[in-house]
Design a binder for this molecule. Structure first.
Ligand code: PEP
Ligand code: MG
Length: 860
């Protein structure tokens, strides 16, 4: 006898449905297993639980799986891959409750898998017959007709791949004609919040009485939960409500049907048309718009935020500008054949196996961390973890290792082949899993080869989970129109590099973006933090128009960029550039920077197997100084650790590297590195205007120790300015202690903010909390200015220096210099020229009395 598995988001629902089905069996034995909910009370589905349920239900004749919607389907599909041994399994698209009853009854009667699936799929017929032909119009709109589910008899698979025929149940075909006609008759263009009400008193059936459009702003789109809200809001009304996704052209779908509403594929940023007929048409449309305004009652990040903290999920602005282009991803072939083949000649298959195991362990730990950060988006990482432990895949990899392949080659080829196989399938869900396989393949390759896949830039918008600093540094801004990162944060070092390249970017867009297909057009606004995948004509026109306006504003600012930034009352503020490469140095000059206020020398140390020698460093710094063409370079000594590890620096693992041995702490722990670097800097300072700056200074003793090494290696007659970065709150509070020992201080608001607010700068879910305009951070900036009291220059080189809202505040707090990414220099100079310092001081004084960053921002 076949077995049955009920997969649902809700344990209670599945248990009740199974109880109901058993009522029909009159105690005939049928194996029905439940895989539902993450536990008794938590909604969710779990592929491992489904696979265990299938194994338990299978007595040898096969198992029919009935699912509710969404991730239940994904989990059931994944479960098949997880099954140990041979099982015949059929996923059935039948309605969950009716299908379960029909399948149970037919199984008890001895039906085989195909018969039971057919019975289950026809289970809506009774209801349809009962509702009769006079309900056709309603049935078309409300249920999508039975045709959708009837047509899909299910997908029948062996555990080794797809064995049976039968596609996924088609979307209900009913309702199409009437809906299409109705939507087409909508009157004119409507604003986001407007409701068009037809003026005619025609009967409801003759066309829409009300129509409007709204833009989905929920970070994860109109997925099941918000869609359920929408359905609930209109179902009881006397109105036929239809939805159409104007961005993708999907629909129309009756708003009374959860599955069809969710199937509109309405992602964040998509424009949705709502039309309604019937006596309550206007009310229905108004209710939908009101819900859309309230983001369908979802917390933006999908979590309940404490009242005083606004946890902002969804995309965050990361690099200003608008980018439009086809979506592309980092391709796996960018690990070359030579990378994969390179192997120590003495390495045996056993050694390679050990290397692979170590890489898998490291990646598991990484994924654990990502899962913890991903919150509601953790599902994708669970799938990745399951792939890492997939015994079938590992078995194939081990066979290749035994045959003498390197770990990198065996892993890459096995997962690549499995992904290619999935790519050939017609099913969207399965194709999406090919992307998962490739992501996991690449992550393990990164761990195995000790570096990231090289990014070969392509034209269009790069969509990735995250970027490493090395990958970001390699991007070609002439090709890459924009970047969308599922994770990441505005002050992560990779984002800083993206900004330096002037590439529009948003970060923290959520894992959903990773599912978007290659080649689809993506529009990104990195200034406000929006992403639209597959924009419709109107959205595209809007983005293009704004891009043109921004470009004009930029060109005007660039035209004036070489002039000093002098306020309306005659105070000149130095606007400097933060640079990390020769290209950046050239861009700084092109954009009119007065000096390079922060040279992140660590980026010259990346992507190498060993630290550069003194001679190499001298050559690099000299090249930068020459490119800067007489402008002062402030070279920051190596600031590694935290989110910038270097493979050739031996560092013990730390539970919290941001609070660990980083910056000056590491330099003093490995003084040969600092000595070499200061020697090279001293040589260049002999004939170029140079400053040296020590990062992460916490105590005067650290500065003294660094200065002692400096005095050992650099002739005291060489003019070399010395300064420190103020990134640690304690250093800000006791700035007076440093004043006599430095020529300048530069406030690193990126780190100062993370340490002051205890909000890790790379953590996308703390994006809004980690705001440098928090009054607590502003008080620290004020403390620096008061402590230094004119005895040294005060600069700001964190990303806040380029924030239009922060510029007047920083000037008002007495900052002398703003150091920003090269493309931001002209805009910051233009902003300074509009300001009056007395007004800035008044503004800063008020900001210091505010309670929150939001309140401060409201002042500016
Ligand atoms: C900062 O912390 O603000 C800073 C400029 O340094 P980095 O971003 O390189 O840590
Ligand atoms: Mg810093």
């Amino acid at each position: 006898m076949i077995g049955i598995v009920a997969v649902s988001h809700s344990h209670a629902l599945a248990r009740a449905a199974v109880t109901l089905a058993r009522e029909m069996l009159h105690e005939q034995p049928v194996r029905i297993e439940i895989a539902a909910g993450l536990d008794e009370t938590t909604f969710g589905t779990d592929a491992v639980a489904v696979s265990e349920a299938i194994t338990a239900a299978d007595s040898g004749d096969g198992v029919l799986v009935l699912m509710d919607m969404g991730s239940a389907v994904l989990s059931a599909e994944l479960a098949i891959d997880l099954l140990p041994g041979e099982h015949r399994v059929r996923l059935c698209a039948a309605p969950f409750v009716e299908g379960l009853m029909a399948a149970a009854v037919s199984a008890a009667g001895g039906a085989d898998l195909a018969e039971a699936a057919g019975e289950a799929s026809n289970a809506l017929a009774g209801k349809q017959v009962h509702l009769g032909s006079d309900a056709d119009a309603d049935a078309d709109a409300d249920t999508g007709g039975g045709g959708g589910t009837d047509g899909g008899a299910g997908t029948d698979r062996g555990t080794g791949g797809v064995a049976g025929a039968g596609g996924r149940a088609g979307a209900g075909a009913g309702g199409g004609a009437g809906a299409g006609g109705g939507a087409g008759a909508g009157s004119g263009a409507c604003g986001d919040a407007g409701v068009d009400v037809g003026s005619s008193a025609a009967p409801a059936e003759s066309g829409p009485r009300a129509r409007a459009e709204f833009v989905v702003e929920n970070p994860h789109g109109l997925h099941a939960r918000p869609a359920a809200k929408l359905v609930g809001a209109v179902r009881a009304l006397d109105a036929q409500v239809l939805l159409r996704n104007l961005t993708t052209g999907a629909g129309p779908a009756p708003a009374s049907s959860l599955s069809r509403t969710a199937a509109l594929g309405a992602l964040s940023g998509h424009r949705i048309e709502v039309t309604a007929t019937g006596s309550d048409a206007e009310t229905a449309v108004e209710r939908v718009l009101a819900l859309a305004d309230r983001h369908f009652d979802e917390e933006p990040s999908g979590v309940t935020a404490p009242p005083t903290v606004e946890h902002r999920g969804g995309p965050l602005p990361a690099s200003p500008g608008i980018g439009i282009g086809p979506l592309w991803r980092i391709a796996a072939e960018e690990f070359t054949g030579a990378d994969l083949a390179a192997v120590d000649p003495a390495a045996s298959p056993a050694d390679e196996r050990l290397r692979l195991d170590a890489a898998l362990t490291a990646v598991r730990a990484d994924i654990d961390r990502l899962r913890a950060r991903a919150g509601g988006e953790a599902g994708i990482f669970e799938a990745h973890q399951l792939l890492l432990d997939d015994t079938e895949l590992l078995g194939a990899v081990h066979e290749r290792l035994a045959a003498g392949e390197t770990a990198a080659s065996a892993w890459s080829r096995t997962l690549g082949a499995a992904a290619d196989e999935l790519d050939r399938l017609p099913d969207d869900y399965q194709r999406a899993r090919a992307g998962d396989l490739r992501a996991v393949r690449d992550q393990v390759l990164v761990a195995l080869l000790g570096r990231s896949a090289q990014v070969i830039s392509r034209a269009g918008v790069l969509v990735a989970a995250d970027l490493t600093p090395a990958q970001a540094a390699a991007l070609d801004p002439t090709l890459v129109a924009g970047i969308v990162l599922a994770h990441g944060s505005p002050t992560a070092h990779s984002t800083i590099l993206v900004r330096a390249r002037g590439i529009p970017a948003v970060v923290g867009a959520g894992s959903g973006v990773l599912e978007a297909p290659e080649g689809i057009v993506v529009a990104v606004d990195g200034k406000v933090g929006t992403v639209v995948v597959g924009p419709g004509d109107n959205v595209l026109a809007d983005y293009t128009e704004r891009a043109v306006a921004q470009q004009k504003q930029r060109e005007a600012a660039v035209h004036e960029a070489r002039r000093p930034a002098t306020t309306t009352d005659g105070v000149t503020v130095h606007v400097a550039a933060n640079i990390g490469s020769l290209d950046d140095a050239r861009a700084a000059v092109r954009n009119g920077a007065d000096l390079a206020g922060l040279v992140r020398t660590e980026f010259l140390f990346l992507g190498r197997a060993a630290a550069p020698s003194v001679d190499e460093q001298e050559q690099m710094y000299r090249a930068l100084a020459e490119a800067a063409d007489g402008r002062r370079l402030i070279l920051r000594t190596l600031d590694v650790g935290g989110d910038k590890p270097l493979p050739y620096i031996d560092q013990a693992p730390e539970a919290n590297p941001f609070l660990g041995v980083r910056g000056i702490r590491l330099a003093l722990a490995q003084p040969h590195l600092l000595r070499d670097q200061l020697t090279a800097i001293g040589r260049v300072a002999a004939d170029h205007p140079i400053g040296v700056m020590f990062p992460m200074i916490t105590q005067l003793a650290e500065l003294r120790a660094a200065r002692r090494i400096l005095a050992e290696v650099v002739d005291p007659d060489i003019a070399l300015e010395v300064g420190i970065m103020i990134e640690v709150p304690a250093a800000a509070a006791k700035a007076a202690a440093f004043a006599e020992h430095v020529d300048f201080v530069s406030i690193g608001t990126n780190d100062l903010t993370q340490y002051a607010l205890a909000a890790e700068r790379g953590n996308e879910s703390l994006g809004a909390l980690a705001d440098p305009l928090d009054p607590g951070v502003l008080h620290l900036v004020d403390a620096v200015r008061r402590g230094i009291a004119g005895r040294a220059r005060v600069a700001v080189c964190g990303e806040a220096a380029a924030d239009p809202a922060a510029v007047p505040l920083l000037l008002g707090l007495g900052v002398d210099e703003l150091s920003v990414s090269p493309p931001s220099v002209p805009l910051v100079k233009a902003a300074v020229r509009e300001l009056d310092t007395a007004a800035c001081r008044a503004l800063a004084t008020r900001a210091l009395t505010c309670e929150s960053a939001q309140e401060v921002r409201a002042l500016t």
